[in-house]
Design a protein around this ligand. Structure first.
Ligand code: HEC
Length: 199
């Protein structure tokens, strides 16, 4: 799979208290005695790797009543923009945020492309009502739910639907309100292709 996670950058923009909560949660997980092998990087990664970490840029969690700001905060925490933006060598292309068409190779063969989630009515989610948006996420809350295959050979998605299904409805509504402020961009995405569309 291609690298997509620059998750540290997003976590670094959270409220310090929320980061502490994640740490507190991780400490409740059952200890696993297995010892992972030490990770070794070859040249030049062994040098580059030390330049990657950046200092966090913590923010203050907005009031939930300030729904758009709060939605932006939750969407950042969830890393939505990372997948829903095309990339060049693993870095999202500035100016193309939310337009979708980031490509991931599927383990079952073929490629999946993320959706345009700008407010464009034809190619984005401009037509979606708040209720539809929340229902789409919540439909994955039941762990027995199996989405219908999109293609007979290649059902799969990298959209973490079942994780997000556990979000509070008010958080999903806040993300919806924030996405409503995203400028519509017409960008038709072919969800599945057999060959890579990347040059
Ligand atoms: C790991 C990558 C990844 C992340 C992170 C991610 N998405 Fe997605 N998303 C996808 C892919 C791939 C699709 C297209 C396949 C599908 O519909 O399952 C998709 C589809 C969608 C759709 C359906 C659009 C349509 O037209 O059917 C919505 C809405 C959506 N994502 C919103 C979000 C939001 C909001 C977040 C953050 C809370 C998010 N995504 C985070 C990969 C991701």
């Amino acid at each position: 799979m291609q690298k997509y996670s620059e998750q540290y950058t997003y976590i670094g923009k959270m409220d310090r208290e929320d980061v502490y909560s994640i740490i507190a949660y991780i400490r409740t997980l059952k200890a696993d005695p297995s010892e992972p092998k030490e990770s070794v990087s070859n040249f030049p990664m062994n040098f580059i790797i030390h330049l990657i970490p950046q200092k966090p840029n913590f923010t203050t969690k907005p009031d939930e009543k300030d729904i758009v700001k709060y939605g932006a905060y939750v969407a950042n925490q969830a890393g939505c923009v990372e997948c829903h933006t095309p990339d060049e060598k693993g870095q999202i292309i500035p100016g193309k945020e939310w337009q979708g068409n980031r490509e991931f190779m599927l383990p079952t063969g073929g490629y999946i492309h993320t959706s345009n989630i700008t407010q464009d009515v034809e190619t984005g989610i401009g037509k979606w009502t708040e209720e539809q948006f929340v229902r789409k996420f919540k439909s994955y809350a039941d762990s027995n739910y199996k989405p219908a295959p999109v293609d007979k050979n290649t059902y799969n998605t990298f959209m973490p639907w079942s994780y997000y299904a556990g979000m509070k409805e008010t958080d999903l509504k806040a993300i919806y309100a924030y996405l409503k402020t995203i400028k519509p961009v017409s960008n038709k995405v072919d969800k599945f292709t057999l060959a890579s569309i990347k040059k």
